[in-house]
Design a protein around this ligand. Sequence first.
Ligand code: GRF
Length: 219
Amino acid sequence: MPEARRRAAVLISGRGSNLEALIDACRHPAASAEIALVVSDHADAAGLEHARRAGIATEVITDAKRDNFEQRLNTALERFDVQWVCLAGFMRILSRSQVERWRDRLLNVHPSLLPAFRGLDTHRRALEAGVRFHGCTVHLVRAEIDAGPIIVQGVVPVLPEDDEKGLAARVLALEHRCYPLALELVASGRARVVDQRVVIEGAATAEASLLNPPSLGGT
Ligand code: GRF
């Protein structure tokens, strides 16, 4: 008999495009996780519609006080028997005790190649820094913001014609591939934390190197 799917909750504050990607991926018959609950701290978060359309339970928790918010959140997570929590554009900072309570079962997606560009405005800062590669990271959450063991990273070259909007769009498209992969890795038990790093069993290794620019024009 196939193993029961791991029950995941997704926490959002807005658009919910990563939520949509996770919902789509979990529709696959072989997926190790199912999205059992979507929680938003904004009643008008557009992403809630993705959950409703997919017939997934939603909870809106708007308590401004962090203790109350987290208490209600944990009650909901327990009620839905949630094993994994995915932050996807969730704009609140969770308390240290909340992060510890969900240690190694709490994921986040960040639009940069961590540990570079923690915090906000990552695409603008990447352009200003003149990096040749940029991307996104899915990681396990620790109390320190935008830090924790890395599960998956996706890389895009920064193109000469890139502006903030164009770069953000290419990174977001990559997030939609990386987040479902990361959830599958943890939910299937193939990704484990060993000495503060994620070890992945049985994953194909990427040996190709990338240069940007790839070569001198015309040579
Ligand atoms: C994404 O860029 C994610 O990396 C960041 O917030 C954005 C959320 O987008 N943490 P969406 O709500 O998933 O569309």
